[in-house]
Design a protein around this ligand. Sequence first.
Ligand code: SF4
Length: 682
Amino acid sequence: MTAASTSTTTTHCPYCSLQCGMRLTGQRLPTVSAWEEFPVNQGALCRKGWTAAGLYGGRERLTSPLVRDRRTGEWTAVGWDEALDLVASRLREIQAARGKDAVAVFGGGGLTNEKAYSLGKFARVALGTSQIDYNGRWCMSSAASAGIRAFGVDRGLPFPLADVEETEVLVLVGSNLAETMPPAARHLDALRQRGGRVVVIDPRRTATALRADLVVQPVPGTDLALALGVLHLLVAAGAVDEDYLAARTTGWAQVRESVAAWWPERVERVTGVPAEEVRALAGLLGAPKVMVLTARGAEQHSTGTDTVLAWINVTLALGMVGVRGAGYGCLTGQGNGQGGREHGQKADQLPGYRRIDDPAARAHVAGVWGIDPDSLPGPGRSAYEMLDALGTPEGSSALLVLGSNIVVSAPRSTHVTERLEALDLLVVCDLVMSETAAIADVVLPVTQWAEETGTMTNLEGRVVLRQQAVRAPAGVRSDLEVIAALAERLGSPVEFATDPEEVFAELGRASSGGSADYSEITYDRIRDEGGVFWGGERLFAETFAHPDGRARMVAVEHRGAAEQPCADYPVHLTTGRVLAQYQSGAQTRRVRELPDSGAFVEVHPMLAARLGLVDGEPARVTTRRGSMAAPARVVDSIRADTVFVPFHWVGANRLTHDALDPSSRMPEFKVCAARVTAAGGG
Ligand code: SF4
């Protein structure tokens, strides 16, 4: 359990929201071994976890600050003081010329809680800018928005993941967890061994669908209509729990009215799901315990919040929320997807998941920070809107990026890259020369994962401790040190701690009394207990977080995706992940032990035959925003009107749409209209 020695350290995986426990032994290339006692994964890891130490074998690791000459494109290695002085002086100049909001900050859902907290404080206090948001806006923000509206609080899973094993019917809406978080699939297997049923709703028959009793393949972007149709049938069958609805919810009459006309044949016309399958799905939901889990497939839409609300309505109508082994949850994606949205790196939030426009919240946080509440800026732009405005008269002209590879992961990425290139100053903190770092003016090399200590909050709201296990290479600094050094150079009125445990204690004070309250959590408790749930292990058993204790049922209406197929762009395009890669691939594409397949275009045999596409031969996908070519993969597991491209490589997001959900500001990553041709075609 020691840090930076050759002994064994218990820690957690650098990647996804399961935050699987693991042990690391050794220094330069540590060995990964199982930590069986950690309850989430019980020793199991996916391929990415087993090979995570490969992150330290790469020759591409940056170990010196770099400054790029814009005229020649050449990079020059400089010392830390020179780099930090340069960045601080340019930021000051830009703010002096154009105001505080001329500098923007972009964070990440993979940053530790301490970094997310420090970054939010840095933006509001040291820079005084309202312009801060992060890539988690593109991950689970629709589920977060819906959770707050329905339950008064947003915790991805309001219960331990292992509760999956206790349900009777599990409905996965837009989740391919067998590939994205394979150890979680153990719970599906355990459920099925007990006789439980699994339903998978996804336009693709994925690896997760192999474990399903019922696979429903709707047209991308129509999950909301499917939920309305299911609730219609549950009402018709008298399967709703009227006592629960009367005692624990508000809004049921309006919701019941809103589903009255969603008979199965209408659902079939909208979703492409045969009416009989809709009936079969609704029939399964008459079970004593039903659990619905959504993920990005349901959420990354311009209708994402309403889609999640529609599925929450189903679980509330059945009286399932707050019942052990039942209810609703969101399978968050990024490693700190949950904690990353709680501590103030979101445009509209302060630590503790407080609203930045709430006077009481401002007064509390300002008190902890030792500043005047009136000096705190108000809410800023959401992630895409901030990037879309960069370099324009209304937008910021400098951007500081931590923990994000925007060039690969932003929707409509060619346009976003142009906005980044229009900046007066782009500063990127990263460990490798990512695609975003490659167009920066200054790159600051920072520590990663097991080189540093910090907390993460996994998809269950379980706060875990990633302990330092290896020494960082000479020349790199932690993000916390970079933030503190820049704050000092910018003349911040308050100091920024660099010790993670000290930052965590301050975060606890700042979050105290908020909806995500960490004030009772300490590093010692996390070590002793193997992880600590904020708010308790299970939420909603007795009450919801709204003042009257009741859940809100919200009547929602189906809306089509922002872009529908037409003569020029006749198919649906959807995007997603593959097992061996994580997010923009900036880390996993550099791990030699992980296969790097490159992008591909998944297409149904009927569509392939019609378009003259051959398995393994190049196919070109074109949308109104861009084009990319990759080998075709002809498979019968995808809808015949839909193509799929994984997003871990440059290309997929050149195609995606920037329509935003009106509530969460989530871009519509998961569906747009596309044309597919044999590569070389138009
Ligand atoms: Fe890491 Fe996620 Fe794989 Fe677990 S499932 S080993 S957390 S990538």
